[in-house]
Design a protein around this ligand. Structure first.
Ligand code: PA5
Length: 451
């Protein structure tokens, strides 16, 4: 199972502090499992591996095989929870440089992402790059109305129709959305695209183990069944409300104790470059779930040892407002050793014949000791290997810990009301019908600021 240790935070977290939180954790657990807590209509992710319909899963496998056979590139259009989980899994679980391999040596299409921002140059470059290649599109939006993916899809849909004609474009476009609501669903019905359903009771950032994540992940050639097994085992394992026996809840408890002591920022620390998007997914999960009503930890991330040469200075020596959670992978997939060199001009012979994985591990250990000495509490998570099974279990671990953390903070961990503020302003400034009054107010405000 995933390991958790608070040994490097023992100077900050006393056992009686965890004990005092136990009744609150038990009540958070009860709220979550009884379905009586705020946002309980969106706790379907808890039973996901088992509630996934077998026929739906088979359809995902078949669609993935078809996309793999008919495409050089799959463009995945989506934003936030409709994007980050698939990206995290694909980055973590596929060989880092597989995109650079010639076509005959690749086992899966390139997977690229669009609709997660509004950059004209990004989309232009994408359209230039896909010319002459075999393309499929998976557009993902639970609401079916989010502006960024909707714009990207409108542009790519037209491109596909010009390229392939309407009928062939219809065979190459796959839609993942709500079962009945939203503009995307309407379009999918009208164009007869193959569609997959985002379950009603699963919110975006908890949806990686639904068709939202599973289809693109399967196209990448990743074993989604093993991923679901990992999540299922995690969910069965972390049922005990006592944080002494439940590492998932203990992680939630420790971060809550640290927040109460003024450590307002949690930095997720990775030593594997392929896990940077896991950190991005984790940032969204915790940031959007906890950051409301003036509460919540600010989730940040560093990728070491790279960031030890940039952010390392701040962490060692800056304001004492952050703690770290180090996520380590116990086994590397491959072994590389430092070769011996008779000349030893670089002075590295003390490392000769030692594996890079061991050196990475020592760097992590040394950094934890240094940061703890510098006043930064360190929590530690360990995952045995970088495989689909463990990815699934990590997803489950963080989702459960996040839900419990949210209830400990007395917020609704399943809504995101704050996201609407920027949307309203953007719609008004762009002149969306219905926003006339707001447009006038904002333009007056901008004119006042500019004058
Ligand atoms: O977690 C969430 O609910 C959000 O991050 C959404 O996933 C994101 O806003 C995209 O929404 P949609 O899938 O409706 O386009």
């Amino acid at each position: 199972m995933i390991g958790f240790s608070q040994d490097s935070a023992s100077g900050w977290i006393r056992s009686y502090e965890i004990d005092q939180l136990k009744p609150q954790i038990e009540s958070a657990h009860e709220l979550l499992h009884s379905g009586k807590g705020p946002g309980s209509a969106f706790t379907g992710w808890m039973k996901l591996p088992d509630s996934l319909d077998i026929h739906e899963l088979e359809r995902i496998h078949r669609a993935a095989d078809r996309i793999r056979a008919q495409s050089d590139i799959l463009i995945v259009i989506g934003i936030g929870g409709s994007y980050l989980g698939a990206r995290a899994a694909i980055d973590m679980l596929t060989p880092t440089f597989s995109d650079l391999l010639p076509r005959e040596k690749r086992s899966a299409p390139h997977i690229v992402f669009a609709g997660n921002h509004l950059s004209a140059d990004y989309l232009y470059d994408l359209l230039e790059t896909i010319k002459g290649q075999r393309i499929s599109v998976n557009v993902i939006s639970k609401s079916g109305t989010t502006t960024e993916p909707a714009i990207a899809f409108r542009i790519l849909k037209q491109w596909m129709e010009e390229q392939y004609g309407r009928e062939e474009a219809q065979r190459r476009i796959y839609v993942t959305t709500d079962k009945s609501r939203g503009a995307l669903r309407k379009l999918a019905v009208q164009e007869q695209y193959e569609t997959f359903v985002v379950p009603d009771d699963v919110g975006g950032r908890y949806s990686v183990l639904t068709p939202v994540g599973l289809l693109p992940i399967a196209v990448a050639g990743i074993d989604i069944d093993a991923m679901l097994d990992g999540a299922r085992d995690g969910m069965h394992h972390w049922q005990n409300p006592d944080p002494d026996d439940n590492p998932c809840y203990r992680y939630a408890a420790c971060r809550n104790v640290l927040l109460r002591k003024g450590y307002q920022i949690e930095v997720m620390v990775q030593y594997e470059p392929s896990m940077q998007y896991l950190t991005e997914w984790w940032k969204q999960l915790f940031g959007e779930s906890e950051g409301k009503d003036g509460r919540g930890l600010f989730p940040a991330g560093v990728a070491n040892t790279t960031d030890l040469h940039s952010m390392g200075q701040y962490i060692q020596d800056g304001q004492r407002i952050l703690f770290e959670t180090v996520l380590s992978v116990e086994e590397s997939k491959h072994t590389i050793v430092v070769p011996a060199d008779d000349d030893n001009g670089d002075g590295l012979n003390y490392l000769a014949e030692r594996s890079l994985h061991e050196i990475n591990e020592k760097a992590a250990r040394g950094t934890i000791l240094a940061h703890v000495a510098g006043g930064v509490p360190n929590l530690r998570l360990t995952v045995p290997e970088r495989t689909p099974y463990w990815f699934g279990q990590l997803v489950c671990f963080f989702e459960l810990a996040c839900a419990i953390s949210g209830y400990l903070l007395a917020v609704n961990p399943f809504d995101q009301p704050g996201v609407e503020a920027y949307k309203d302003n953007m719609y008004a400034l762009l002149g969306k019908p219905g926003y006339e009054q707001k447009k006038a107010e904002l333009e007056a405000l901008l004119a006042e600021r500019d004058s």
